[in-house]
Ligand binder design. Structure first.
Ligand SMILES: [Zn+2]
Length: 391
């Protein structure tokens, strides 16, 4: 079975077995609900008495509830356990021009979501987002909110609480955190979107939380989240993972970071739009979404543009594979919606001239909502399940 290990170093040092088992049981209920205590014992290998103690505590703290009564051919009728659907999280996926805001449950299922167009100007941008969240909270008064998770298109120094590397974002996102905390009274957790997606793959995805994986987040730019040795690799000042700004072509187009020919100017959504614009005069203003739809209709220029993007994605992913040798590389982003057409191109580029076994390359398990769910994973970080935090 899969054992959840969000942070293996903590497991070894300062986490009590009780907390480890709490996480394990909570995640089993989250992924297998509805589930009986007997099945929890069977699947986890923990004793019935241990299961009972943990389950009673989780019920008392409002994480889970007892739901339907099951039917067995004979004997006792088990009560099934479920995640408490009255508790919720606000998830934000921030992009330079738009932000998606969602209400989700503790299992990361999206209850409602909306896209907010972010106006120019820092004050207007912040007010627009905060007002949208206020309205969502008011519309869901029946839910108890645990916090707000924010996936950022940049690197945040979590100690200094400032955004230090976000060449594509031109408004001060970190003042959003304090402003949002004041406006809602909820705790706000934020992290780089690729880091958050790596945690999400561990928390919600098929990963067992034990093997090394790298998430490649492809949107306006490219960022990576590295989960190695059981935890996120953050690097000095939280800047690890900026493979998007590794130079691939010294004569390539200028990048927002000040360099030229960075991986992200050759392989991001914006790169594909650029390739299409070069092939089709008067196509400026086309969105990446439209480009994908055109390719699905067989538009040869759209296919050429996306093929070029995919080849360049694979070239960069090969660098990651060689440098870090993760077991898995997971791609997050709109390109995953046409993975059946372009995934093989990325894969073959990654494997080109490979001198060792290549990692498994796959799209995120839920392409369209991976970034939103990653914001949920931030709120559901280990401290949320430690038993110290009360709703
Ligand atoms: Zn760059």
């Amino acid at each position: 079975m899969q054992r959840f290990s969000f942070n293996r170093t903590q497991t070894a040092s300062n986490k009590t077995p009780r907390k480890i088992n709490r996480n394990l049981i909570f995640n089993l209920i989250r992924t297998k609900q509805p589930i009986s205590r007997a099945d929890l014992s069977r699947v986890s290998g923990l004793q019935r008495s241990t299961i009972s103690l943990i389950v009673e505590a989780l019920i008392a703290e409002g994480w889970i509830v007892e739901g339907a009564v099951g039917h067995l051919p004979r004997g006792r009728r088990p009560t099934f356990l479920e995640i408490n659907s009255r508790r919720a999280i606000i998830a934000l996926d921030i992009h330079p021009a738009q932000t998606t805001i969602a209400v989700t449950d503790l299992a990361g299922r999206i209850i409602t979501q909306q896209v907010v167009l972010v106006p120019d100007g820092a004050t207007k941008a912040l007010n627009t987002i905060v007002n949208a969240i206020r309205k969502l909270l008011a519309a869901h008064e029946d839910l108890a909110f645990d916090g707000i998770g924010i996936s950022l298109p940049g690197r945040a120094d979590l100690n200094l609480q400032k955004l230090i590397f976000a060449p594509n974002l031109n408004w001060p996102v970190l003042s959003l955190k304090s402003k949002m905390e004041r406006a809602t009274g909820l705790r706000v957790k934020m992290d780089n979107v690729a880091n958050a997606c790596a945690l999400s793959e561990v928390w919600f995805g098929a990963s067992d939380g034990l093997h090394d994986l790298v998430v490649v987040n492809v949107s306006e730019g490219i960022g990576t989240g590295i989960f190695a040795n059981g935890q996120l690799l953050r690097g000095e000042n939280g800047l690890a993972g900026e493979f998007g700004h590794v130079q691939i072509d010294a004569d390539g187009p200028a990048c927002a970071c000040g360099s030229r020919g960075c991986w992200e100017v050759l392989a991001s959504n914006r790169a594909a739009i650029g390739y299409y614009n070069a092939l089709v005069p008067n196509s400026t203003g086309i969105t990446f979404d439209t480009l994908i739809k055109l390719s699905q209709k067989g538009d040869k220029h759209a296919i050429t543009a996306l093929t070029r993007m995919a080849e360049n994605l694979g070239r960069g992913i090969r660098i990651i594979a060689v440098a870090l040798a993760p077991k898995e590389i997971v791609v997050v982003g709109d390109i995953t919606t046409v993975w059946h057409s372009f995934g093989a191109i990325i894969d073959s580029q990654m494997k080109k001239n490979a001198f060792t076994k290549s990692p498994i390359l796959r799209p995120a398990y839920d392409g369209a909502t991976a970034r939103l769910r990653s914001a949920v994973a931030l709120v559901l970080g280990e401290d949320a399940m430690s038993g110290d935090h009360q709703a």
